[in-house]
Design a protein around this ligand. Sequence first.
Ligand SMILES: C[S@@+](CC[C@H](N)C(=O)[O-])C[C@H]1O[C@@H](n2cnc3c(N)ncnc32)[C@H](O)[C@@H]1O
Length: 146
Amino acid sequence: MQHDGSIVAFQQKRGGDSAAFFVPFLTSDMVLLDAGCGPGTIAAALAAIVGTAVGVDIEPNAIAMAYRLASYSGLTNLAFIEADMAALPFENEAFDAVFSHAVLYHQRRAALTRALAEARRVLKPGGVIGTRDADVGGNILHPELE
Ligand SMILES: C[S@@+](CC[C@H](N)C(=O)[O-])C[C@H]1O[C@@H](n2cnc3c(N)ncnc32)[C@H](O)[C@@H]1O
């Protein structure tokens, strides 16, 4: 896929829409983790708001796409790492905010429990966690977009 400035801006906009409910909880001095970042669109959008954004994904192809997006975005406070969100390669209390979009509902119970424990472990006391997932059975998205 060809990337230019307008495509990067469009992808960041879409990413920002998915995380709109979380933005009021974020500040410019925060270090944020996007767990299960996929192609990195949400992390890229949130990097424009926080101090540093780090995306992790278990899929090498997703991380490769995220690298490309980071490179074309010109953002210098954005990093991507291939990792399992159920075994994060970070110190305890490394992040002020942990975000996850359309990831947790893919996890089986044991993996979900580990992923949530990891999110808690890497979060500073007083930090914020935001997740957004589809309720496939009811076809409900929550929170709603504005
Ligand atoms: C539906 S996509 C959502 C991507 C992105 N959060 C978004 O909303 O654009 C789910 C992503 O979660 C990733 N994923 C699933 N299980 C994971 C795990 N245990 N650790 C890290 N990433 C995981 C997948 O590789 C995939 O990229």
